[in-house]
Design a protein around this ligand. Sequence first.
Ligand SMILES: Nc1ncnc2c1ncn2[C@@H]1O[C@H](COP(=O)(O)OP(=O)(O)OP(=O)(O)O)[C@@H](O)[C@H]1O
Ligand SMILES: [Mg+2]
Length: 631
Amino acid sequence: MAQIHKLSARLANQIAAGEVVERPASVVKELLENALDAGGRKISIHAESGGIKRIQIRDDGEGMEKDDLPLSLSRHATSKIESLDDLEAVATLGFRGEALASISSVSRLVLTSKTQNASQGWQVETEGREMEAKLSPAAHNRGTTVDVRDLFFNTPARRKFLRTEKTEFNHLEEVMKRQALSRFEVSFELTHNQKIVHHLRAAPTLRDKEQRVAALCGKPFMENTVQIDVEATGLKLWGWVALPTFSRSQADLQYFYVNGRVIKDRLVTHAVKQAYRDVLYHGRHPAFVLYLELDPALVDVNVHPTKHEVRFRDGRMVHDFIFRSLHKALADLRPEDVVNAQETSSTISSSALPFSSLPPNLQAMQGVGDGVVMSPSYGPQASMSLKAPPSPVEVRDTLAQYKSLHPDPTLVPAQARSLNNELLSGGVQNTQGEGAEEYPLGFAVAQLHGIYILAQNTSGMVVIDMHAAHERISYERMKTAFYGSGIQAQPLLVPMVLSVSQKEAGIAEECGEELLKFGLVLERSGPENITVRQVPTILQNVDVDLLVRDLLSDMIAHGYSDQLEAKANELMSTMACHGSVRANRVLTIPEMNALLRDMEATERSGQCNHGRPTWTALSMTELDKLFLRGR
Ligand SMILES: Nc1ncnc2c1ncn2[C@@H]1O[C@H](COP(=O)(O)OP(=O)(O)OP(=O)(O)O)[C@@H](O)[C@H]1O
Ligand SMILES: [Mg+2]
């Protein structure tokens, strides 16, 4: 072995920089955090060549004193905390005193700053390994500008890992997006190679905020969201969650902030996923922008160098709060909310292209802006092309095809035949006109191909997938009966002994009472044994061994498990599916109307049990646009 020697400060910084500075986006993240911590209200970011050549960030915050400038570039120099106690309740985004030291060790950096009271600004310059920072006077308004050039010029190994300028810029933009979504009071500007990419003014009102979210996450997202604002026991959750029909193939539109800090946390992800469980199409991901606010002392942010993970003092309570708030918001959705959302959104988003104004839930299904089209076997909307308005030739061809068709081939007049009595029980007569506004899904006009109900409401037309809708109604009814009447349970004739870990046995013992609510009786029968004595009747035929093991591992990981509920719901969902009206069943008009009224009164009726939409609407304005008819 060679002799031991101390690394030079600069080399140590460069090594440490590996943790903080991975690519231009990480530089932007750190510098943006600093600008925000300094109270900047107006922040501009200029990037060149994906940020590899240059990143300049300017803020109008507090600025730094002359003597602090060189100090800020050395490691473990911070103004943000003084003791470990401060770390307990850290309210700033930074606190390690590492970022500037790291960045300056792998780039050519110029830092210029002026405080409110200083008579003039000052500037320090460093270049990679060269340790001495040059200090000189410089013109600057109150605030700070950090100019970072030639990232990794002195660390070729790192430079090799950079991707194309475009990719690096996309990462960088994403970082800015995340911050812009959390600090509505701050204005942001982002330019790339001298072109303005984002210009976001401060957004004090709810409407301004929604505009910012639309600018950053896309209009279709904003048009398909429910606003959340819930407060309980010192926790506050607000923001926007997308309707289940606006789901994504990737988990790429998920922003969650804890006290203004963007995080990716397993507990949070689990809680959100669980809230969507019953309404999301298999394999799809929900989209959301959510803010959790709580006493900083109840959350530990110093878990990971990138600060993306947090640890909650009471994880279980936080999980529960997030889950319940979202679950309720999604369950409370009714057709009228969606109809109303569509009406307001179509007035905001008027576009020259007639096809661009399809109702948002239809756009969402089409995956517009998402690049994903859902299975063409589902529904008529999936087979419509949204790519461009029809050319004149196409229109002529279509007209010719129409002419060759039978006068009225698509509308099958509904005939009287009996259906499930339950459908009739809510029977409402087909009375168009008075009181029609109270029925967002309108009144049935006809049944199409034995699959869809065509209805007319005050604003236009609605098409309903009758099987999907009925399936949801039956499912929700079964759940209400199942959970409402106390859960039926059955003692096992031969109790089942499972060998588990000590931890699992412990948790089974601890949560006994809670499990009993679901009709499950587990007893600890040894240090590493539990005995299953009773299971809910609905689950008597499932693999109890597997179910209990999944449940315990969930409890250990999340302090909470939804396995029992999930399994019971899955079974009810299957039963509901089999018991629901099948395609090609002819419904009478009163039967169809009864189904529509049931939908309006049912939780989560916008999606079937598998998360597919149950209905879609076109307003008269949208229909007029489709036919290029001016009003
Ligand atoms: N834009 C800015 N305006 C005013 N002061 C700044 C700015 N950027 C940095 N500073 C000062 O420089 C110090 C060092 O910044 P640096 O980013 O290296 O560390 P930090 O923000 O304290 O912690 P972290 O490493 O977690 O980011 C900060 O504590 C702050 O006092
Ligand atoms: Mg910092």
